[in-house]
Design a protein around this ligand. Structure first.
Ligand code: NAD
Length: 286
């Protein structure tokens, strides 16, 4: 069966892995970001991650990386968007940037396109308000790293139609994913808890209660988690964690989400986690 083309917007941490997972499942992908340099970097990331995921899980991809990349078209404009059936948007966690992109999408995409919003914390209803057909918008919160994580958090916005929900579920099934449905409240179920946990761990490190390595050991060796919260934060990207906490703080008006100053300092210093080579832990040379 010929798979329909999926447009992926944002070729960062999530966009690259989504493009890889989608092309690995036979979908033609249009991957869009702002500049050719970012796209060149994205292609390198896809190649590197293909190797990494293959090492982690033998047979995860049915064909070689060249075959997969042959299904991915890299663009900085909206070329080809008039024939896609599905858009998955993964740009920076910033409402104004997302608003601009969705207004542009509304002008170039067909009326029946489904929009999957891959946001950590932003309201799906709010994002949908930037499009002429909010009923076609649904939250598809993929987890990181996408090819290794079967679960997706699915969020219906105020206007999301039954048809959009059903089509999104069929799409996820074809991608080998399972899902949990959550209601449209900032951070949904996952990040309302996870971001708070990460932030509190950062306070624990800042206050000198325990070192980052030991905080994560407690969760791994003590609680049986596969990964500690601070390594998870590094994997997500500390800039994305900080943006998410600010969305939660503003949305709920609750000081419990106020970002820990150590987290702010790390982001100011350019220590964004795995993607920059350093965060709570060091990845240089890895
Ligand atoms: P990232 O910073 O790694 O990548 C974002 C990309 O979007 C960058 O390459 C940037 O150049 C691009 N971008 C920004 N504005 C754009 C525009 N107008 N048009 C096209 N591209 C644009 O971020 P990420 O970690 O991939 O996160 C992307 C989204 O996914 C965010 O909303 C985030 O909250 C969400 N998310 C992240 C994770 C995670 O673990 N990192 C998990 C689930 C969801």
């Amino acid at each position: 069966m010929t798979k329909k083309t999926v447009a992926v917007i944002g070729a960062g941490v999530m966009g690259c892995d989504l493009a890889l997972d989608l092309s690995g499942h036979g979908y033609p992908v249009i991957l869009k970001d702002l500049t050719p340099d970012i796209l060149t970097r994205a292609e390198k990331t896809i190649r590197r991650n293909y190797k990494f995921f293959t090492l982690m899980k033998k047979g995860i991809f049915s064909s070689g990386v060249e075959d997969l990349l042959a299904r991915v078209t890299f663009v900085t404009d909206y070329k080809g968007f008039d024939r896609v059936d599905m858009v998955i948007e993964n740009i920076t966690e910033d409402l104004d940037s997302k608003a601009k992109v969705y207004r542009e999408l509304g002008a170039v995409c067909r009326d029946n396109v489904i929009y999957g919003v891959n946001t950590s914390c932003l309201s799906i209803t709010r994002v949908a308000s930037f499009l002429p057909r909010p009923e076609n918008v649904i939250g598809l919160h993929f987890l990181n790293p996408v090819p290794l994580k079967p679960l997706v958090e699915v969020i219906r916005g105020w206007h999301t139609s039954e048809k959009t929900l059903e089509e999104a579920k069929t799409f996820l099934k074809n991608l080998g994913k399972t899902w949990v449905e959550a209601r449209d409240f900032p951070g949904f179920a996952t990040n309302r808890v996870l971001m708070l946990t990460i932030n509190e761990c950062a306070w624990v490190v800042q206050d000198g209660v325990a070192e980052a390595r030991d905080v994560d050991r407690i969760f791994k060796e003590g609680f049986g988690h596969r990964m500690g919260p601070l390594a998870t934060a590094d994997l997500i990207g500390l800039d994305t964690v900080l943006r998410s906490l600010r969305v939660l703080q503003e949305s709920y008006g609750d000081p419990k989400y106020r970002p820990c100053p150590l987290l702010v300092k790390l982001v100011d210093a350019g220590c964004l986690g795995k993607k920059s080579g350093r965060g709570f832990f060091c990845y240089e040379g890895s």
